[in-house]
Design a protein around this ligand. Structure first.
Ligand code: FE2
Ligand code: FE2
Length: 247
């Protein structure tokens, strides 16, 4: 059994099956990722191929957000069916594009997808003697956000992450892997509220996603900083191959 992660699958299976050509009302779901960068050409097929080579049924894979271009659960169902059909136990984190996922409905999602997918938010998952904790997180982009808005969203996400840690701690866990969708620091920062929370709980690994394209891969931390290992697992950064986090 091993723990893996990969994020930003950015699926739009409806389009890939070409069904939507006949379903005009869903045509706006057609989002071929290679219009952004040719490295995404046929990315869903490549993810499936690498995933099936690397992952066994007893492995655990945390999928770190931006799962589907669908705007609601019905529009995402085929993308979820694709993820469900892949080997391993799948744990999903919420990304900024995951419109289907209202935070107040996380428990409902976990009932709806019981034994198929687990949605990680205000709760934790277990891998051996580790608790897997996580939330969407947030980072500051001055070209796109006001400082006040950033602080409001960041603090809400910090609160959710602390809930995740505390539930795991009260259940007796002392070893954690921390997952974020957004990078743990904003551009130019060497630490943040998120890295300080990781340190407070003795986290050894922080896994994050969201950064796409060579210009953005190094927006945040990589490698070991203050004894914590930071790993970027956005699918294009990983060349669409799930990354092993723990053996
Ligand atoms: Fe993304
Ligand atoms: Fe994202």
């Amino acid at each position: 059994m091993s723990l893996f992660a990969i994020g930003d699958l950015h699926l739009s299976i409806l389009s890939e099956t070409r069904r939507m050509r006949f379903l005009g009302k869903h045509y706006d779901l057609y989002k071929p990722m290679d219009v952004f960068d040719p490295v995404w050409k046929n990315h869903a097929d490549r993810i499936e191929r690498y995933w099936k080579r690397r992952i066994r049924e007893d492995d655990v894979v945390v999928v770190t957000g931006d799962h589907s271009w669908g705007k609601n659960l019905d529009e995402c169902r085929r993308d979820f069916a694709y993820i469900e059909a892949l080997p391993g136990r799948k744990i999903l984190l919420r990304g900024n594009h995951d419109m289907f996922w209202e935070v107040k409905h996380t428990e409902w999602l976990n009932r709806e997808f019981a034994d198929r997918l687990f949605f990680l938010q205000n709760n934790y998952a277990v891998y051996g003697d580790y608790a897997l904790v996580g939330t969407k997180g947030y980072s500051y982009d001055p070209t796109d956000d006001s400082w006040e808005h950033f602080v409001k969203i960041r603090d809400r996400e910090l609160g959710r992450l602390r809930v995740s840690f505390e539930k795991a701690r009260l259940a007796g866990y002392r070893k954690y892997v921390m997952f974020l969708h957004y990078p743990p620091t904003s551009i130019g920062e060497e630490e943040s509220c998120f890295t300080r929370l990781a340190r407070e709980y003795g986290v050894k690994q922080v896994v994050y996603s969201h950064c796409h394209g060579e210009k953005r891969y190094y927006d945040s931390l990589h490698g070991t900083v203050d004894g914590i290992s930071y790993l970027l697992v956005s699918s294009d950064f990983l060349c669409f191959k799930p990354k092993m986090i723990l053996p």
